[in-house]
Design a binder for this molecule. Structure first.
Ligand code: HEC
Ligand code: HEC
Ligand code: HEC
Ligand code: HEC
Ligand code: HEC
Ligand code: HEC
Ligand code: HEC
Ligand code: HEC
Length: 330
């Protein structure tokens, strides 16, 4: 029924277009020519009560028409259209066609740029960052949503009592959810006030070590600490809320490591085996983790945080030979 309509996934695609002003609708989030760093929602306002259905075309792929004129729809959402988005990395071109019955009243176009993981280096300059939680935009939500929850409500583990969760449940619909996000303790990390609204005052290891103090102690003791860990940049590898990867890693392990150590994929790593390749780094079962059924990856040999030996070998293997022997019997 109606809630299903809320979850229309926009499929996706490319090329930049200037924004245009339209009479029958107004883009709320993202605004035209915005850059977004997460795939959240696509929200606009319908300015005409005559509209009965809309059709969204995303990167050239037309979706099914969505009915917005029924009394049930209007009762719940009035003039709001809220869909979960599935942006393509890079440029997303959107066209919204507005219908009264079979008659097309208007169509509107815009593009947004999706830069996952805040990788802002490559964003073309015509796309600008935006915020949802501004006074101007929140004014449009106030009649149906609690936009200024108390600290208690921001940490309420009861779903329906936590306004943050009601709007952001999509970000927790992943396989590996971080402890405090899973208990909806949004207010532990996000400020109830502050600027921009709901920003996170403490970042990186200053934040993480508040709860992971045992790890802080362990890491301090290590002789060799991995660059980004030493710099307190925990968020360069872990998401604070959750992802599809174990330990809430931002990407699959090897992709993550290679995003900073690209050269490893371009040379033979560890050994040259018969056939001219380097050591297997993925795909094969990891013989040292038989019980967990893990596959080979960079962390089969390297501890991601650090260790007492150079190159952060796992188990503090003191030499190359000790490392090899973990998996290759003498
Ligand atoms: C009415 C729905 C709604 C409520 C309630 C809400 N948010 Fe949001 N918030 C959004 C939307 C929509 C976005 C844009 C991202 C997206 O597409 O989901 C957003 C974006 C954000 C951002 C990114 C910065 C920004 O302003 O764009 C943060 C941080 C955030 N929300 C935190 C919170 C927290 C913490 C709470 C609870 C105190 C909360 N939100 C409550 C809808 C909501
Ligand atoms: C006329 C009432 C109404 C207004 C105004 C309204 N919403 Fe909502 N919104 C709803 C209802 C109803 C739901 C479904 C609530 C639920 O899931 O419990 C909802 C759910 C949402 C969700 C969750 C979607 C999901 O992923 O399941 C987001 C995000 C959201 N609204 C954002 C906004 C924002 C941002 C504004 C202001 C720009 C806004 N809404 C204004 C009625 C409204
Ligand atoms: C362990 C700390 C922590 C907890 C708990 C937490 N967050 Fe966050 N959140 C962060 C950090 C760090 C960021 C990144 C902030 C930034 O980039 O400015 C963030 C960013 C966000 C964003 C913006 C994401 C984006 O990519 O645009 C939203 C939305 C958000 N949080 C919502 C929530 C909600 C809802 C909850 C509760 C269910 C929650 N957070 C719990 C730490 C946390
Ligand atoms: C409010 C307390 C709190 C904060 C702040 C916090 N965490 Fe956590 N974290 C937890 C809890 C609770 C768990 C789940 C405990 C468990 O399962 O062992 C957890 C689990 C994790 C896990 C998964 C552990 C596993 O065994 O799979 C990782 C990774 C993690 N946190 C990283 C971080 C990072 C990175 C930060 C900083 C951005 C952070 N945490 C901030 C409380 C916190
Ligand atoms: C270079 C990427 C990277 C950085 C930076 C990083 N981690 Fe991790 N972290 C990982 C990986 C990969 C795992 C999974 C290890 C495994 O499963 O063997 C992990 C596992 C964890 C775990 C759960 C297992 C454990 O070892 O206790 C916690 C908690 C954690 N990290 C916290 C942090 C904190 C806190 C920081 C910042 C001080 C941080 N991480 C920085 C990559 C990273
Ligand atoms: C955010 C960027 C980043 C990510 C992600 C990252 N590293 Fe690193 N890594 C660094 C930096 C910075 C250094 C220290 C500078 C250097 O020696 O290259 C470093 C150093 C290393 C070293 C020691 C190099 C030496 O010559 O002593 C190893 C081994 C290593 N990383 C492995 C990994 C593995 C395995 C992963 C994935 C779990 C990973 N890195 C993910 C940034 C990163
Ligand atoms: C089978 C064990 C093993 C696996 C798997 C492995 N490494 Fe290594 N790595 C080593 C050894 C051993 C060294 C020490 C230098 C050497 O002897 O070649 C090393 C050195 C490094 C260095 C520092 C030297 C350099 O060339 O910069 C980096 C960075 C590194 N590895 C990253 C990675 C990444 C990224 C992955 C995953 C794609 C990975 N390693 C997978 C064993 C491994
Ligand atoms: C974490 C476990 C692990 C470690 C540590 C490890 N290897 Fe391996 N190694 C493997 C796996 C798995 C294979 C693939 C075996 C297969 O094809 O079935 C492999 C294959 C090889 C091969 C190719 C064998 C063949 O038949 O083609 C060589 C050579 C090799 N490793 C050398 C080394 C050396 C040298 C070291 C130490 C620097 C090392 N390995 C450390 C797991 C490991």
């Amino acid at each position: 029924m109606i809630l299903k309509r809320l979850c229309i996934y926009i499929s996706l695609l490319t090329t930049a277009y200037a924004s245009v002003a339209f009479g029958a609708m107004e883009f709320i989030y993202p605004s035209p020519n915005a850059v977004v760093t997460s795939s959240g929602h696509f929200i606009f306002k319908l300015n005409s009560t005559e509209l009965t259905s809309i059709r969204i075309t995303h990167n050239g792929l037309a979706g099914d028409p969505v009915e917005v004129g029924s009394p049930e729809y209007r009762k719940l959402f009035q003039d709001m259209f809220i869909a979960q988005s599935l942006w393509d990395t890079g440029v997303n071109k959107l066209a919204v066609e507005l219908f009264n019955g079979v008659q097309k009243i208007e169509s509107a176009e815009m593009s947004v740029y999706y830069a996952p993981g805040n990788n802002s280096r490559k964003v073309p300059p015509e796309y600008l960052p935006i915020l949802m939680h501004t006074e101007e935009k929140e004014r449009l939500c106030l009649s149906c949503h609690n936009m200024n929850p108390t600290p208690g409500q921001m940490n309420s583990s009861v779903e329906k009592n936590n306004p943050c969760f009601i709007c952001h449940k999509k970000m927790l619909a992943v396989k590996y959810v971080h402890g405090p996000a899973g208990t909806y303790s949004c207010g532990y990390c996000h400020a109830s006030k502050g600027s921009p609204k709901h920003s996170v005052p403490k970042r990186g290891s200053d934040l993480c070590y508040e709860c992971h103090s045992d790890m802080a102690v362990q890491i301090k003791k290590k002789k060799f600490i991995h660059g980004p860990v030493e710099a307190g940049m925990c968020e360069s590898c872990h998401d604070s809320h959750g992802t599809q990867n174990e330990s809430q890693l931002l990407m699959a392990t090897n992709d993550l490591c290679l995003s900073c150590h690209e050269h490893i994929s371009k040379q033979k790593h560890v050994v040259t085996v018969s056939g001219g390749q380097g050591h297997p780094l993925s795909g094969k079962d990891d013989p040292s983790k038989k019980a967990s059924g893990r596959k080979m990856s960079c962390i089969s040999c390297h501890n991601p945080h650090g260790s007492d030996v150079r190159y952060f070998f796992v188990n503090n293997a003191e030499s190359r030979m000790n490392l090899c022997q973990m998996c290759h019997n003498k």
